[in-house]
Design a protein around this ligand. Structure first.
Ligand SMILES: [Mg+2]
Length: 275
């Protein structure tokens, strides 16, 4: 067997979303999206993003949101927004819309595992608060079931070296750590946004998530696993803030930031659909 010639990875560049060929979008089965700073600004969904979600839903294209936000925070949006599900806590659980008034929660791990993890997570949270100056729990922590979150940019401000210190401490205690646009999340287990997305697609739509058939929109470090796995990945323009920190970039970038960027994505997807 002759060895394969060495080919270095192609240079990572962000291509304008407008250059995505329509043919690549014609076979799309659905859209996966981050929430914070992708659909929202300062924690509120932007009208353009909501309109984009509504147009995708009206065209019969399912949208599943995938976020590091907690169960408690996500439930209301699973009911209020035209999405089929919200995968929360970085893939650990999801809210599935059952009717106009009801969303049901499902967990990736069974109850005994979640109970055993809760104590370790609390211990780690105490260690972070005691050892890293300036740290505070994220204000949405009461709604968290499977992870802990330290605020770095939502209400608090932590400089990069403190963020790195929190990540290192979480990892030293055996947690998986991930940095979103607002929080540093720590959890136990190998799940992440992509495993959560695969699980949600199976549960909600049936069948496996085939990467060529799903597009992801995001803006931050905790979206990298999605950028890495899905060739049709798009960053909204405010991803520029995180580009120096990313190992995996999305394929495309929108012109506009946040919700207006998501609306750009929705518009082009719908324009490319056959019929
Ligand atoms: Mg985000």
């Amino acid at each position: 067997m002759t060895p394969r010639p060495f080919r270095p990875d192609p240079p990572q560049t962000l291509r304008p979303w407008a250059e995505c060929p329509d043919a690549a979008l014609a076979g799309l089965r659905g859209v996966l999206t981050d929430i914070d700073d992708t659909l929202t600004r300062d924690g509120q969904i932007e009208p353009a993003a909501l309109a984009g979600l509504q147009r995708l839903a009206a065209a019969g294209l399912p949208v599943i949101a995938v976020t590091g936000r907690p169960a408690g925070w996500s439930r209301a949006f699973a009911l209020a927004w035209p999405v089929r599900a919200i995968v929360a806590e970085n893939g650990a659980l999801m809210w599935r819309r059952r009717s106009a008034q009801k969303a049901a929660i499902e967990y990736a791990d069974p109850l005994p595992v979640r109970q055993a993890n809760a104590e370790r997570l609390a211990t780690c949270a105490r260690a972070v608060l005691a050892e890293v100056p300036g740290t505070a729990l994220a204000r949405d922590s009461a709604g968290r079931i499977t992870d802990i979150a330290i605020d770095h940019s939502e209400f608090a401000h932590l400089p990069p070296e403190r963020i790195a210190q929190v990540v290192a401490l979480m990892q030293a205690q055996g947690l998986t750590a991930s940095v979103s646009s607002i929080h540093i999340n720590g959890w136990i287990g190998a799940h992440h946004k992509f495993s959560g997305a695969c699980w949600a697609v199976r549960q909600v739509l049936g069948g496996e998530l085939r990467p060529a058939e799903w597009l992801y929109v995001g803006d931050s470090s905790n979206d990298q696993v999605m950028f890495e796995r899905l060739p049709l990945s798009v960053g909204v323009a405010n991803i520029a803030r995180f580009v120096p920190l990313l190992t995996h970039l999305p394929t495309y970038v929108t012109r506009a930031e946040r919700g207006a960027g998501f609306a750009e994505v929705a518009k082009k997807i719908l324009a490319a659909r056959p019929g």
